[in-house]
Design a protein around this ligand. Structure first.
Ligand SMILES: Nc1nc2c(c(=O)[nH]1)N[C@H]1C(S)=C(S)[C@@H](COP(=O)(O)O)O[C@H]1N2
Ligand SMILES: [Mo]
Length: 426
């Protein structure tokens, strides 16, 4: 890195003089903007700043770019008491600091059962065996020579919002809703690979297996596999990140995250579901009467207001932007309604940006806040007509013994000072 000239800091400042600027300011009708607090000229307007005066770092000082140092609090976070070890754990996407619909690769939440496998793509193989005419082994180069597609999909862990079943618990949408990400995948349709191997007529289920220390395996019905499942090697235009399964992962659009096997090394075709490790222990929804729901693959419509939220309180009265995200594993999001008074009055939010199948959408309400307490909720409706339920409606059907598939409506209480809390109504 090149050194900066050791000029005396006092000599760097050059007072421009507010008067000199007043003419142009008045012409633009923004003269009042030149006065800071107490009517004094704002030095950020009237004085030349270092970054405006000295050369910056040159090209190649950052061969792989990272965010500005001023964004260093925009990071994934975990909840230390949630799991016993970081290798079998989860962290959360900072939803309250994002906008648009694409999750930056470095901020996608992580869920591993045996840590991050570090695999040289030259050493990676994908095997297809079981009820097929021709068992096959693919190298990464083989896969990269097959017809590929680009699709934007959300991935939501079935345990997202799982800590909220019994009542409001975690103070921030990063923690209540951050087990979700939405990226553009590049990959080969699984159907293309299965056609090459030739499925036997009695092949009804697939077992997907990962190459990580957890040796994760999952059962997938053949109809879904032939419909829209991808074997992806890229996300957001570049290779998958190690955390997301580099060099190869399964993409199971709209279905719960645990089926999206990372570091994918084997697909076995069979005539029935496997007794996979996870299905016999976790990822089962326990009902109030002790029975359980076994395969609840689809992620139902859900939404959350990301700003304001406990980690992102309101700072100003008057003009504010309320924003959030919505998604549905059954199709597209048709509408998002927002209430500011705990459900008495609802208005349709403005959805802006692409509205894609099984992808997050971004919504906004341009808000004029007079400093009154607000009870903010959002409610998503999808292309099947399904409406996101309240938490009470969900509990009536499912009880409170569950961890998984909590898509209930979230409530944020905004106090008069703008501080915001996770609460429940009634
Ligand atoms: N091989 C393997 N695949 C896996 C897992 C794992 O631990 N090992 N975790 C699963 C779970 S439970 C989820 S929610 C998603 C998380 O994907 P992400 O880490 O890209 O967010 O990966 C799934 N695929
Ligand atoms: Mo998960």
């Amino acid at each position: 890195m090149s050194g900066k000239p050791a000029t005396d800091i006092l000599n760097r400042r050059r007072f421009l003089g507010a008067a000199g600027l007043a003419g142009t300011g008045a012409a633009l009708g923004v003269a009042s903007a030149f006065a800071g607090a107490g009517g004094k000229p704002d030095p950020l307007i009237t004085e030349v700043q270092d970054w405006n005066r000295f050369l910056g770092d040159g090209v190649q000082s950052r061969p792989y770019g990272t965010p500005s140092k001023f964004e260093k609090d925009v990071v994934r976070r975990d909840v230390s008491w949630l799991t016993a070890s970081p290798e079998s754990s989860v962290n959360f996407t900072p939803l309250h600091r994002l906008d648009g619909i694409i999750t930056p690769s470095g901020l996608c939440f992580e869920r591993h059962h045996g840590g991050i496998a570090e695999i040289d793509p030259a050493d990676h193989r994908l095997m297809i065996n079981g009820l097929v005419d021709k068992p096959l082994i693919f190298t990464m180069e083989d896969i990269r020579r097959m017809p590929r597609v680009n699709k934007v999909y959300f991935l939501e862990c079935a345990a997202n919002s799982g800590m909220e079943w019994r009542g409001a618990q975690l103070n921030g949408c990063q923690f209540t809703h951050g087990m979700i990400h939405n990226v553009m995948y590049t990959g080969v349709p699984l159907k293309v690979l299965l056609d090459e191997a030739g499925l036997k007529p009695n092949a009804k289920w697939l077992m997907l297996e990962g190459a990580d220390a957890a040796g994760m395996n999952r059962s997938l019905p053949i109809e879904k596999a032939l419909n829209d499942v991808l074997i992806a090697f890229a996300m957001n235009g570049e290779a998958l990140r190690p955390e997301q399964g580099y060099p190869l992962r399964a993409v199971i659009p709209g279905w719960e995250g645990n089926l999206w096997v990372k570091w994918l090394r084997r697909i076995e075709a069979g005539d029935q579901p496997w007794q996979t490790r996870e299905e016999t222990s976790k990822y089962t929804d326990l009902l109030a009467d002790g029975r359980s729901r076994r395969h609840t693959f689809v992620m139902d419509a859900k939404s959350v207001v990301t700003n304001p939220s406990p980690q992102a309180p309101l700072k100003y009265k008057g003009r504010n932007v309320l924003t959030g995200v919505a998604w549905s594993g059954r199709g597209t999001v048709k509408r998002v309604d927002v209430t500011l008074d705990g459900g008495r009055n609802w208005q349709s939010a403005r959805i802006d940006g692409p509205v894609l199948d099984k992808s997050l959408v971004r919504f906004y309400v341009d808000l004029d806040w007079n400093g009154q307490e607000m009870m903010i909720q959002s409610r998503a409706m999808d292309s099947t007509g399904y409406v996101q339920p309240t938490k009470e409606e969900l509990r009536k059907v499912r009880g409170v013994n569950s961890i998984y598939h909590n898509n209930g409506i979230q409530t944020w209480l905004v106090r008069a000072d703008g501080e915001t809390e996770n609460v429940e109504i009634g």
